[in-house]
Ligand binder design. Sequence first.
Ligand code: BGC
Length: 771
Amino acid sequence: MRPFVAVISLALISSSLICVSAQRKRPASTKQAAVKTSDADQLARRRADALLAQMTLNEKLGQLNQLFFFSFQKEESMNDGIRKGEIGSLLFVTDPATINRFQKIAATESRLKIPLIFGFDVIHGFHTIFPVPIAMAASWDPRMVAGAQTIAAREARAVGINWTFAPMVDIARDPRWGRIVEGAGEDPYLGAAMSRAQVRGFQGDHIGSTEHLLACVKHFAGYGTAEGGRDYDAANISDAQLWNVYLPPFKAAVDAGVGSVMSAYMDLNDVPATGNRWLLRDVLRRDWKFSGFVVSDANAVSDLKTHGFARDGHDAAVKALTAGVNMEMSFNAATYLKNLGNALKQNQISIKDIDDMVRPLLETKIKLGLFENPYVDEAKVKSTFDNPAHREAAKNAAERSAVLLKNQTNLLPLSKTAYKKIAVIGPLGDSRQNMLGSWSFAMDINETSTILAGLKTKLGSGTEVEFAPGVQISRIVPSIFDMTLKEKHPPAWTEGHAADEFKKAVALAKDSDIAVMVLGENQDMSGEQASRPTIDLPGRQLELLQAVRATGKPVVLVLINGRPLDITWAAENVPSILEAWYPGSAAGNAVADLLFGDAVPGGKLPFTWIKNAGQVPFYYSHNLTQNPGEQEKRYWNGNAVPLYRFGYGLSYTTFAFSNLKVSQPEIKIGETVEVSVDVKNTGPRAGDEVVQLYIHQQAGGASRPIRELKGFERVTLAAGETKTVRLKLGPNELRYWNAAARGWVQDAENFDVWVGGDSSASLHSTFRVMK
Ligand code: BGC
């Protein structure tokens, strides 16, 4: 049983070695930190070993035991276990006073006084909610993303949380899968950049940095390919795809020093990820030299039995431990605590096996400074939460994440004086909760601005802004997360009421100068257990859009969502479309600034925007095969093209690329070329362009993708300004994992290079790699 399912019921009652990933130059401060941490590592090792020498078997197993604690549970239910040293970690405690009470028992009443580590899903903010991760990936701005996660870490740390279950770096090429919203989309290069940025943001310079958290990269590995997009279903991935596409963002996190890894729920090529010794020991620890600890996903250890992989709980515990899972996260299964003692007696595992699993956990608690500072200062929470810079950063993040999909006749940005009456129409136009996206629990909902409120604040009393929802949208199968919503779903309308609301919305449009339609998916339609077989606009939203458009009034469509939706009709018939994602706490103010030109959209799609779910999987970096000229006719109805390309996004200004240069026509294997290009803002106002570099290897030991992203930089340019952007292509960008050689190879071959503002970039050059 998944924890939330259990919660619901309770609630009802109550490289390979050669695979060195992009070793870009690190800033000096990180290098110094690396030196510092290595001393800290040795010290932590000695202290952990000294502790281990004093621990009983039960205390050791206790350190491997992580339990959920929800606010509706009684604290007494945990106190005894903590006192006995049978609980090493709790997750989902967000109240600082409760955290301090639990910690006091661990740090003063347990025999060895080993503090607890408190974990929580700090995914895109804590008190201040930032845009969802797929949105932040659309910013193509790792520095902004690192900054956002630094703030998220500070706020969570302020209540006593030490550890976040993020970043989620699962590559997703099937938007039916609800959790596409939690990651960085379809591309391993962009995914790796976002992974590194988030680890840096959460952890700071080193594990134990003040006001930071331990990060946990998840879900290791392959969860994004759940069959049919059905959450938790099996993943079947070829070796080449695994190495070239799915693992790089994890490797990037490990290289960035991530302190923990979460094993995934599903079977990976028939071996459950949580019992997968190859994944957790050979790849992660032996080849990648990961020295932190692995936590299972919730109940994933006991679930090894569900998979038909383990015979019973005992077998599951042995298999997960020997595969390399250090800590078991469970609602109350505690499979490790209950079974590993017997397994030891039966010689199925040794005490060294257990010690090896406990040691990294103790080392982490030591490095986090929990022994010295186990408690949190409850008096400081409010001032941390109240920091206006956090809200400003969330607004900036929402603005930088937005993607302008269409802007016919430059309807956007809207003039502040041209419209006397503006209609805001759609079920998401005046919602706070649905601006936030999944994994938003600890915020103050009152601090979220709705789009209606944002527009009203922006325009003041001179312009009338009126709202009509028009339609209601809801899931058929209720979400396990609905119990956590702070703004509950309104009661369902009767048929008559629904007809009236629809008419009212159309009448409002007729009576206004322009309609801003806010459509998409409720927060609970996207995320964990939020998969669907179609990607249409839920409910009667399309009908509403068509009826409003038929009034002849100009329409701007603002999308609120975490996956591509079938907006083919809108793309053909609505003049302007702004992808706002789930923008977070500052939603309304950010969208208002974007619509009226006080912010300029500069985000780019982190996935291929398909037309309908029948096209899945569809990604830009496919191989060219038979009949390439007919690529667009691969379905006889001509629908083998996406709606919008990977990397696509417009601005309120225009850009031109020129002067593409590759530093040398030929390099040797292992060497690096520099690609430079001039990008000019050719339009009337300042704006951002994302310079994107794609390569193609023309021949070699394997067929290589038609294009692969291998470099990018987001630049801000004043009107008329030109900047030269330089990007490097070295062995990390030019090698790939080859299924025939069973390893990483770099071929001596010719390469195409394209640079431009999306994956159809046309400015082209070549270079050759020699032996
Ligand atoms: C999710 C994880 C999450 C964990 C704890 C699981 O259901 O798959 O991503 O970190 O719950 O909330």
